[in-house]
Design a protein around this ligand. Structure first.
Ligand code: BDR
Ligand code: CA
Length: 312
């Protein structure tokens, strides 16, 4: 199985990602690290521990990471994810505590200790990952790839042009993009497409298994946008799609394209600028530089394939 580490800001859809990842036989989740994003980092740690307990995976080490972005203060997304960051569905408190080392230390330790190169799956602002890459650049030799949920080719969500995870810590995203590690960007363009229909959401909610039931409850808190499906009870798997992309990379269509992040103050801050001009014949643009690194950008997703994968 593929050794992975998930760096998350649990988070309704981060929870959906964890529930899927720890149960998939093709993945070996070696650690989960937490960062401020959807809610404050202590809330993220609590939510993550509880979700792993409900998923029947209480042994996976969880570490607390950055409580704020590299430069800016933390900005809450409670309006999206509820007061507790988990849709206020009444999750119990966790029974255990995080490990006694911070996220960067745990990431370094697990990456270097893994017999096979590790795939990192950040589903949150990239603060922990940036701190790791800057403080321990030697880890890159045992990183297979970083498949991150973040960015957008077309339209943003936190702002008209910026996706939340990148917008929350654009400097961290810039460090990731220029780190020289193979990258896959699972951005909003595909993220929003993958929805489970209402019939399946109801079936999951009625399950006898606590992890499956929790996934159903969470999906019910993530109604799909009306332009994606007319089904009012359909729920988006969100961050879990990035995990699907690791298990089944053929489910997304990617192009290797230059990606930059706007660090400018003002309305473009946090925008991922994906240069698709080469798709119109300007192939001389198709070269990576340290300023314009090439990223495998997910441009399309086989929705039925990922939904089937998520539900089995
Ligand atoms: C991202 O932001 C968070 O709200 C979600 O968990 C996802 O990681 C989408 O922009
Ligand atoms: Ca997230």
């Amino acid at each position: 199985s593929i050794p992975v580490i998930i760096d998350c800001d649990t988070g309704v859809d981060d929870a959906l990602a964890l529930l899927f990842a720890v149960r998939h036989p093709g993945l070996d989740v070696r650690a989960v690290t937490c960062v401020a994003g959807n809610t404050d980092v202590d809330g993220v740690v609590r939510n993550t521990l509880t979700v792993l307990e409900q998923a029947g995976a209480p042994e996976i080490p969880v570490a607390r990471g950055a409580g704020r972005p590299l430069i800016e203060p933390a900005r809450s997304a409670r309006h999206v994810h509820g007061e507790d960051g988990m849709g206020d569905i009444g999750l119990p408190a966790p029974r255990r505590a995080p490990v006694d080392v911070d996220a960067v230390t745990l990431l370094r330790r697990e990456i270097l200790a893994s017999p096979r190169p590790v795939t990192l799956i950040p589903t949150a602002p990239l603060t922990n990952i940036a701190l790791l890459l800057r403080s321990h650049p030697e880890v890159t030799r045992n990183i297979e790839r970083i498949v991150f949920m973040g960015g957008a080719v077309a339209c943003g969500n936190a702002t008209p042009v910026a996706e939340f995870n990148i917008w929350h810590d654009p400097e961290a995203a810039a460090i990731l993009l220029t780190a020289g590690v193979p990258l896959t960007m699972y951005g909003l363009d595909v993220f929003q497409q993958v929805v489970v229909d209402g019939t399946d959401v109801r079936r999951l909610r009625a399950s006898a298994d606590p992890g499956t039931r929790l996934a159903g409850e969470l999906l019910a808190h993530r109604p799909a946008a009306p332009d994606i499906t007319p089904d009012p009870e359909a729920g988006g798997i969100g961050d879990a799609g990035a995990v699907c992309a690791v298990v089944d990379p053929a489910g997304i269509t990617t192009s290797l394209l230059p990606v930059e992040v706007s660090l400018a103050p003002g309305p473009t801050r946090g925008q991922t600028i994906v240069d698709r001009r080469l798709r119109h014949g300007e192939s001389e643009l198709h070269t990576g530089t340290s300023e314009r690194p090439l990223v495998d950008v997910a441009l399309d997703v086989d929705v039925a394939r990922f939904v089937k994968l998520y539900l089995t």
